[in-house]
Design a protein around this ligand. Structure first.
Ligand SMILES: [Zn+2]
Length: 145
C-alpha cells in the first residue's frame, strides 16, 4: 500500500494510525497524545469491543462512541519467544493477555516490556506504556507496576 510517497506493508499494523486509511485512527491519536487506551462502545446496546470497531459485533449498529480504558491491569496468560517481531518491538519479547481494571472486563493481548520471558507470571500487576515507533508513530505495551 502506498501512503503519500511511502510504501507500507499491508502486514504492518501501524498504517491504522493514518487518518485517511481507517476510522479507528482516533485510537492511536489518543494513545499518542494522551497516553490512554480507548475503544469503541455501542451507543445502541452498550457492548464494549476490543479492539475498537466501526460496527458493533453484538448488534451491528454503527452508532459507536469512544470510551477510555484503565491503564493498569493484571496478567492472565503469558507467551514468549523470538518469532515474528513487528516494527517498534525488540527482542526478547514477551506477550501477555492482560485484563484491564474496570468494568466491563476488557482483555488486551499486548507486548510486556521490562520483564524477562521466564519472569513473566500470571497475576502480575502491569501498566500501560506508550512506545515510540518509526515515522513518529506509537505502539502500546505494558510493563510491571
Ligand atoms: Zn451494539
Amino acid at each position: 500500500m502506498i501512503v503519500g510517497d511511502e510504501y507500507i506493508s499491508t502486514l504492518d499494523i501501524i498504517p491504522q494510525q493514518e487518518e485517511g486509511l481507517t476510522r479507528i485512527h482516533q485510537f492511536f491519536s489518543t494513545l499518542k497524545n494522551e497516553g490512554v487506551l480507548t475503544t469503541s462502545k455501542c451507543a445502541a446496546c452498550g457492548h464494549v469491543s476490543w479492539p475498537p470497531r466501526i460496527m458493533c459485533p453484538a448488534c451491528t449498529s454503527g452508532d459507536l462512541v469512544w470510551v477510555r480504558l484503565a491503564s493498569e491491569g493484571v496478567v492472565k496468560a503469558v507467551a514468549g519467544g523470538e518469532a515474528v517481531v513487528l516494527r517498534g518491538y525488540g527482542l526478547p519479547h514477551v506477550h501477555a493477555l492482560i485484563q484491564l481494571d474496570g468494568e466491563p472486563p476488557v482483555r488486551v493481548f499486548s507486548r510486556l516490556n521490562g520483564v524477562a520471558p521466564d519472569d513473566a507470571r500470571e497475576g502480575m500487576r502491569v501498566r500501560l506504556t506508550v512506545v515510540p515507533a518509526s515515522r513518529d508513530r506509537v505502539v502500546f505495551a505494558f510493563e510491571p507496576v
